[in-house]
Ligand binder design. Structure first.
Ligand code: GDP
Ligand code: IMO
Ligand code: MG
Length: 440
């Protein structure tokens, strides 16, 4: 299914892959929660290695294994396949205690993670109770709150950029870990108080070091070697392209490079190793946290979609904001990331609506009609969507099979999406399980 073999020139759902490229990257093409976990888990069946390349435990990737739900925050969503390696690359930020909890949870599902099966980058930066404190503090301001997950993501990436961060390879050694704590005490007068107030969290932070130590390695070098050997690699994005630090709706973004290029930078992997660039989008849009959202619905349809789609954050439990599919934003994401194909997910949730809408342009009170996504978040905030409206479909979508098996109105919807984003829809999601998928 995933195109990767040098000899076979295999295809992903009907689209020619670059024959020399062993890696496929899958990114969220909206504001996160598009269904990456389910699709990574499903596509991972055909690969040798799955790599998470950015973000931390702000992510919440839901999958169902033998009908049982599991939400992964730190581990790649491919761990449930035997004989396969999972890795966290340099661009990821790691909450050590959370990672240990998750590894234990995976063990309950029968997944025994050994150092041969899980590579943790020594270069990845570590989220500490100090960073979580800073995130909470910044979010409590009356102005300028982003609506973060309060997992310490922004402050950890800030320390990385300021060159005062703690890398995983240094965290696992008590000497370098203690040196970092000492440096923080000198740099920040408040650090001692946070140390005293959060003693339990610091104890868990310390305790996890020994457990993670055997897994910490030069993950990037291993991944490059796998790429040279033409192992099939799936690069797992977290968050979404509209939450990208540079190309998203700044400042209402996360602090990492969520797009396809982020995978190359995180691993130190040449772009020529990447064949397919897949973007996953829901047939509508959701967003958690603050920031512009032109197609947001505040009516009964929005409430229906939220309830039917169970749109609550997998990490924080916050209700997700819901709106119509935004083809202006999706076309922009496709262009920024050179998407070779789109997965249109949760199409089953749209079933039963009388009409379905797609935003194909924006209207700004002063600038008039805009066809391109504006870079300025304030401009975007003032935009109203220009919609096309299409008839909905009442028949259930088939849970598996081909896209051509969809009811006619749903096929027309898919075709309209393709037309307006200029990118083929290769797969359609029809339910939360691995097998709930339609292919071209
Ligand atoms: P992620 O962060 O991109 O991995 O997505 P989340 O796990 O946060 O949110 C996606 C939600 O939709 C989860 O509850 C999934 O179980 C569910 N889901 C995924 N794909 C489908 C689909 O095609 N149809 C339905 N109904 N639910 C889906
Ligand atoms: P997955 O991988 C949806 C959002 C937060 C907030 C902004 C910044 O499950 O799709 P942060 O804690 O990263 O500093 O928060 O980004 N956000 C997500 N929204 N899905 C996610 O991850 C998200 N991770 C962060 O709600 O608006
Ligand atoms: Mg999620």
């Amino acid at each position: 299914m995933i195109a990767t073999s040098k000899d076979s020139k295999t295809v992903v759902a009907g689209v020619n892959s670059t024959p020399d490229a062993p890696a496929t990257v899958l990114i969220g093409a909206q504001w996160g929660d598009e269904g990456k976990g389910k699709w990574i888990d499903s596509l991972a069946a055909d690969v040798d290695l799955v790599v998470r390349y950015q973000g931390g435990n702000n992510a919440g990737h839901t999958l169902y294994v033998d009908g049982k739900k599991i939400v992964l925050h730190q581990l790649p969503s491919g761990i449930f396949h035997e004989g396969q390696v999972s890795a966290l690359a340099a661009g990821v930020v790691v909450n050590p205690a959370q990672l240990v909890i998750e590894m234990d949870k995976a063990a309950e599902f029968g997944v025994k993670l050994t150092p041969n099966r899980l590579w943790l980058s020594g270069r990845a930066h570590v989220i500490t109770p100090w960073h979580i404190f800073l995130d909470e503090q910044r979010e409590s301001r009356s102005h300028g709150a982003i609506g973060t997950t309060k997992r310490g993501i922004g402050p950890t990436y800030s320390d990385k950029a300021a060159r005062t961060g703690l890398r995983l390879g240094h965290y696992i050694k008590s000497e370098t870990r203690t040196r970092w704590v000492k440096q923080m005490r000198e740099l920040h007068p408040e650090f001692n108080k946070v140390w005293a107030d959060r003693s339990e969290a610091w104890a868990a932070f310390e305790a996890a070091a020994e457990k993670l130590a055997p897994f910490v390695t030069d993950a990037e070098s291993n991944i490059r070697a796998a790429a040279r050997e033409f192992k099939k690699i799936l690069l797992e994005g977290a968050q979404g392209a509209l939450l990208d630090i540079d190309h998203g709706t700044y400042p209402y973004v996360t602090s990492s490079t969520t797009g396809a290029a982020g995978a190359c930078q995180s691993i130190g992997l040449s772009p020529h190793f990447i064949g397919q660039r897949l973007g996953i989008a829901k047939g509508y849009v959701t967003r958690v946290g603050a920031g512009p959202f032109p197609t947001e619905l505040h009516d009964e349809i929005g409430k229906t979609l939220a309830a039917k789609g169970q749109e609550f954050g997998a990490t924080t439990g916050r209700p997700r904001r819901v709106g119509w599919l935004d083809a202006v934003a999706l076309r922009y994401v496709s262009e920024v990331n050179g998407l070779s194909g789109v997965i249109l997910n949760k199409m089953d949730i749209l079933t039963g609506l009388k009409e379905v809408k797609i935003a194909v342009a924006y209207r700004h009170p002063e600038l008039g009609e805009l066809r391109e996504m504006p870079w300025d978040t304030e401009v975007l905030d003032a935009c109203e969507p220009v919609y096309i409206s299409m008839p909905g479909w009442q028949d259930q979508v088939p849970s598996s099979g081909r896209i051509s098996d969809l009811p006619k109105a749903a096929r027309d919807f898919v075709a309209a999406v393709e037309e307006h984003i200029g990118t083929p829809v290769l797969m359609v999601g029809t339910g939360p399980n691995r097998s709930d998928a339609l292919y071209r």
